[in-house]
Design a protein around this ligand. Structure first.
Ligand SMILES: [Fe+2]
Length: 430
């Protein structure tokens, strides 16, 4: 490098740094810490003070080093600040293997080995009893992926599951998302920590009994501060989330339930005429976090935007599912903003207000020292948490998300009820 170039580069650094620090210190933009901010990243010693005993045992049994603190907070100075940088994350092409496509449709290896298989509702949610996730063979993992694709969410109680094993399962089902901003298990990127009482204490999420559900009325006016707003995970990714696996190892005696709603059934709630109108439409999906426009950094935060089909076909079941969510679907392409808002709000309602296509799961009971797992398919569902514990009870879990295929709509695909030969009751609809 010539000395002239070196001089130019050195002169440029302080100006960039100053802008970057200004951006990172803005509370509204929330894009990361300034270099003057001394808040801790890496293992957090404060977390150890409130770490539930059951979680501590699970982590130490698994050989996770928590001697310096827990959980591990990401180095925020490395978080992208520009929207083009954020969009470039995982923008590469790679081969995705749909494991559920390799499964025996009858799922004999999985269901035959279970002590009990309990369908929690007609349309969504199944609990498997008597199997340990850590012992599943590849054949059983393929069949579980298919069961999840069909039943939308599958539960396993009384699990002895290390965070490493949970990550391994996620790697089997797809490319595991490593979140640049989420707290994680020490030394295990991709195993995110879900620990509301810790977040309340250390980050001050601002969630209260009064405000925690407001985003379910209007997610634009009431910014999403938790997971209480109906949503699907990581819709702003080029290849959004497929299977997410949440394992809770500390569970309040009462409260902290999670709800899921079926996208297959939400689609089948619509009239055949309206389905035809929506089929093939595309929508803009946005990220939860804001970033800056490099050309106009002081214009305020912008979200990563991605275009996906509004109705997508699941590659394994072949069924159509309504792919929208209140938190992150911004507009339908080709419609005016008024038309788009009206239709999207109706579609959100269909997902959120039809209790017959939802399941509400109580995580308890699991035997002492064991945890409970929920494994769901984000391509065909929405979910939300409940905040009735108000962040006061110890509730700790680890989450691993496997990203799936480039979303597609197959015009020849069928709805779930069509494919299963269930009545569509069109005559009684009007
Ligand atoms: Fe979520």
């Amino acid at each position: 490098m010539s000395s002239t170039t070196t001089t130019l580069k050195l002169q440029a650094i302080p100006v960039d740094k100053e802008i970057e620090n200004l951006i990172r210190s803005s509370k509204d933009l929330a894009v990361g810490l300034s270099s003057n901010d001394t808040r801790h990243f890496g293992p957090d010693p404060d977390g150890l003070e409130i770490l539930p005993e059951t979680t501590r045992k699970r982590l130490t049994d698994a050989g996770i080093d928590i001697s310096e603190g827990y959980p591990s907070r990401p180095d925020k100075s490395l978080i992208p600040i520009y929207v083009d940088e954020a969009t470039a994350i995982r923008d590469d092409d790679y081969e995705y293997i749909e494991r559920a496509k390799n499964a025996d449709p009858e799922k004999k290896a999985l269901l035959g080995a279970a002590k009990e298989v309990i369908h929690l509702t007609k349309h969504i949610g199944t609990e498997i009893v008597g199997l340990q996730l850590e012992d599943l063979t590849d054949k059983q993992k393929d069949e579980l992926a298919l069961l999840v694709a069909e039943r939308v969410v599958v539960f396993f109680r009384d699990q002895k599951l290390s965070p490493q094993k949970q990550r391994e399962l996620g790697d089997y089902w797809g490319r595991v998302e490593e979140h640049p901003q989420a707290s994680q298990v020490n030394g295990l990127p991709g195993v995110s920590v879900i620990w509301q009482d810790y977040f309340q204490k250390s980050l001050g999420t601002g969630l209260t009994f009064k405000n925690n559900n407001l985003g379910n009325w209007d997610a634009v006016k009431n910014s999403i501060r938790g997971t209480q707003v109906w949503h699907s995970d990581l819709v702003h990714e080029k290849r959004p989330a497929g299977i997410t696996h949440l394992h809770l190892d500390a569970i309040p005696e009462t409260g902290g339930d999670t709800l899921w709603s079926s996208g297959y059934a939400a689609y089948d709630k619509l009239s055949e005429e309206f389905k035809k109108f929506l089929d093939g439409k595309q929508a803009v999906f946005v990220s939860a976090h804001g970033y800056l426009d490099r050309k106009n950094p002081f214009a305020g935060p912008k979200k990563v935007e991605r275009v996906h089909p509004l109705v997508r076909t699941h590659p394994a079941t072949g069924w159509k599912s309504l792919y929208v969510n209140r938190g992150m679907t911004k507009r339908i392409i080709g419609l005016s903003s008024v038309e788009s808002d009206l239709i999207l709000n109706y579609l959100f309602d269909v997902y959120e207000k039809n209790a017959d296509i939802q399941v509400r799961f109580k995580w308890t009971p699991s035997q002492p020292g064991l945890g409970t797992s929920a494994i769901w398919d984000n391509r065909v569902s929405q979910h939300r948490s409940t905040f009735d514990h108000e962040g006061k009870d110890p509730r700790h879990g680890t989450r691993v998300t496997s990203l799936a295929e480039l979303p597609e709509f197959d015009p020849k695909s069928k709805s779930q009820r069509e494919a299963l030969g269930l009545p569509l009751d069109e005559k009684d609809f009007y």
